[in-house]
Design a protein around this ligand. Structure first.
Ligand SMILES: Nc1ncnc2c1ncn2[C@@H]1O[C@H](COP(=O)(O)OP(=O)(O)OP(=O)(O)O)[C@@H](O)[C@H]1O
Length: 299
């Protein structure tokens, strides 16, 4: 388990991370969202042991990560510009990884290179940006780390490759309980792949949620009644957002679905539908509630 407690990081006068605490369980995929400069890369680099935090603690399975070479053999970070030794081929990079990561699987490396249809004897710097990113994934997944950290990983990958990479990550999470941290600007992408999401804003964690809990706890309901909407019903619901479209009342409500439906049915609505709710809608209203404009935070 990754346990980050009250972490702060400052660069000269800049406070890049302020008092952030998060837990990432084994076999969990954590999405870190935030606008440019929110502090995502700084936090990920501290978890990878590249930066030392100014305050607080970062533990992986109870071990301090900074300046801990044996623990670093279990962690891989793919940064927005993946690093390769200049002039090296993928095969040569594979040898470097094999000597550093004890869990390296040569069989997986060969299989992935074949699946991605990459020439392992070609110098990596001659590959396009997107193919270099594929090469970084092949190396990372062949090293079979227990923690995989991805800084805006899907940038530069086409939709087919995104899907492939996502399913490979899911496989490792399911088979080996790999923990994954992913930074992104894109809520939809995070919704697709992550089970936990945190939103960083100006170095602070302003919202953190388990997505399954969130989705089972928040509902979009469409209602209509013969006459006026019963005010007693409205005031008894925990409504995050509401709007009226003609005689239809649409609200986003917190609570258990069954209990909500039972309560609403006692008022005999003529229309009662539960509509699909996107993560973007949930965050939009939750953050509005907290006084933030979501578009300024994620765009
Ligand atoms: N090495 C550094 N030296 C000084 N300041 C830094 C350094 N790295 C990051 N910062 C500052 O810390 C803050 C957070 O930057 P960071 O790169 O972590 O944000 P980010 O959320 O990853 O942004 P982006 O989405 O643009 O990649 C910014 O104000 C940035 O200028």
């Amino acid at each position: 388990m990754i346990k980050i407690s009250n972490v702060r990081k400052e660069f000269q006068e800049i406070e890049a991370i302020e008092n952030v605490s998060i837990h990432v369980n084994k076999g969990s995929i954590y999405g870190l969202l935030g606008s440019n400069g929110a502090g995502k890369t700084t936090l990920l680099k501290m978890i990878a042991g590249i930066y030392e935090q100014s305050e607080g603690s970062i533990l992986i399975d109870g071990r301090v990560v900074y300046e801990n070479p044996s623990l670093k053999q279990e962690i891989i970070i793919i940064q927005d510009t993946p690093f390769f030794i200049p002039q090296y081929t993928l095969k040569q990079m594979g040898k470097v990884y094999r000597s550093f990561y004890p869990n390296w699987s040569e069989e997986r490396f060969k299989q992935l290179a074949a699946d991605f249809n990459l020439d392992v004897t070609k110098k990596i710097h001659k590959f396009s940006k997107g193919i270099q990113r594929q090469a970084a994934f092949i190396l990372a997944l062949s090293a079979q780390p227990s923690v995989l950290i991805l800084d805006e990983p899907m940038d530069g990958l086409d939709p087919v490759m995104r899907k492939k990479v996502k399913s490979l990550i899911f496989e490792d999470v399911a088979d080996r309980e790999m923990s994954v941290l992913i930074s992104s600007h894109n809520l939809k992408e995070v919704e697709d792949i992550c089970d936990h999401v945190g939103i960083l804003h100006k170095g602070k964690m302003i919202l953190e949620r388990d997505l399954d809990d969130l989705k089972s706890d928040t509902h979009k309901i469409q209602l209509a009644f013969k006459g006026e909407i019963p005010q007693q019903l409205i005031s008894s619901l925990d409504i995050v957002h509401q709007e009226k479209r003609g005689s239809i009342f649409i609200c986003i409500v917190k609570g258990l679905e069954e209990e909500l439906l039972t309560k609403i049915q006692t008022y005999h609505p003529v229309i009662l539908d539960i509509l699909p709710l996107t993560l973007e809608e949930i965050f939009l209203y939750e953050m509005e509630d907290a006084g933030y404009a979501v578009q300024n935070i994620l765009d």
